[in-house]
Ligand binder design. Structure first.
Ligand SMILES: [Zn+2]
Length: 337
């Protein structure tokens, strides 16, 4: 472990990775964030720590981007892929999935300090209802059940889950998230409410820092950020009933465009669980809407050979500055860590 850390330090200091990057064709990185919070510990109750970034860490990351890389927007990347614009070396775009209120309250003012503009993808139904999406409600149930050492009997299968056991808790979480990821709209709401009744407690949605408003999204647009579509319900659209695909992408897009008063040109695939994230039907739907880009959570570097409607990203959460630079430098050198 110690040796690995020392090796990282040496590789970052000697710029050996930069040499490898220089040998490769021009590329860009799209970073995928979710929540940026000043209350990292408390928020872990309902927003998984794997998708939360502490505000101070985020500040360090943005400062590093401004000093050592070239922050660009998704519009810049789209134009470059189309061949109408060049990109500087070490180009990095910042994106946020889901539409948490802290993107407006916490992340945007930090980005303003460093003159960085990002793309924020909204889960339309969650923003409309001003309620955290279903996966936060599910995370809260299982997190609390671990603390309370809840023993739960599945009323249908009669399986007994000992949710105080971390491994069993994790297995149960995955087990019950799979059906959720295949549902949308009312059916999804009903399923999550059924789970909450079954557990006997629920996340108090009025008492948590939740989703940004459309008004805040409009203000972010005025500040130069891009607002994109992250579907209506946040299901896995490659696995939902195909009759709902139009509602999840096109109708959600229409609502967003009405609220923003301008075209919405970028899309992000929700990836609560289940693979793959996309299929031919979802690709066709994003083509119909003439999106400039659609992004996945698949790891990868954006190169000129990438399809604009299936762009990979690099997931970022609470890495310190060294880990953040390591992720970026290795990604730009074409290495997955
Ligand atoms: Zn999401």
């Amino acid at each position: 472990m110690l040796f690995k850390e020392k090796l990282k330090t040496v590789l970052l200091q000697t710029r050996a990775l930069r040499f490898r990057q220089w040998m490769l064709p021009r590329s860009a990185v799209i970073l995928a964030y979710h929540s940026v919070t000043t209350d990292w510990r408390k928020q872990a109750d309902y927003i998984n720590r794997g998708i939360s970034t502490d505000a101070e860490r985020f500040d360090d990351q943005m400062r590093t981007l401004r000093r050592e890389y070239n922050p660009v927007t998704l519009d810049n990347i789209a134009d470059w892929l189309r061949g109408t614009q060049s990109l500087p070396p070490r180009s990095v775009a910042v994106t946020f999935d889901d539409g948490f209120a802290d993107n407006y309250d916490v992340a945007a003012p930090i980005m303003e300090k460093y003159n960085i503009r990002g793309t924020i993808y909204l889960t339309v139904n969650a923003v409309q209802r001003q309620e955290l999406p279903w996966f936060c409600r599910a995370a809260f149930l299982f997190q609390q059940a671990k603390i309370r050492k809840t023993v739960l009997t599945d009323t249908e299968t009669k399986r007994i889950w000992n949710l105080g056991n971390p491994q069993e808790n994790h297995d149960a979480f995955v087990h019950y998230c799979y059906p959720c990821a295949k549902l949308v709209g009312e059916e999804l709401q009903n399923y999550i409410e059924k789970l909450e009744t079954w557990f006997g407690f629920h996340l108090d949605l009025n008492n948590v820092h939740g989703m940004m408003t459309f008004d805040q999204a409009r203000k972010l647009r005025q500040q130069g950020h891009i607002i994109g579509n992250h579907t209506f319900s946040h299901g896995n659209i490659a696995h939902i009933q195909q009759e709902f695909l139009y509602q999840e992408i096109a109708e959600a897009n229409k609502i967003l465009e009405q609220e923003l008063g301008e075209p919405v040109e970028h899309f992000s695939y929700p990836h609560p669980c289940l693979e793959p994230q996309w299929n031919n039907a979802t690709l066709a739907e994003t083509k119909k809407l003439n999106y400039k880009t659609a992004v996945l959570t698949n790891f990868g570097l954006v190169t000129r050979s990438c399809l604009p409607l299936l762009l990979p990203r690099i997931m970022i959460s609470n890495q310190d500055n060294k880990e953040f630079r390591w992720k970026l430098e290795t990604a730009l050198a074409g290495i997955q860590t």
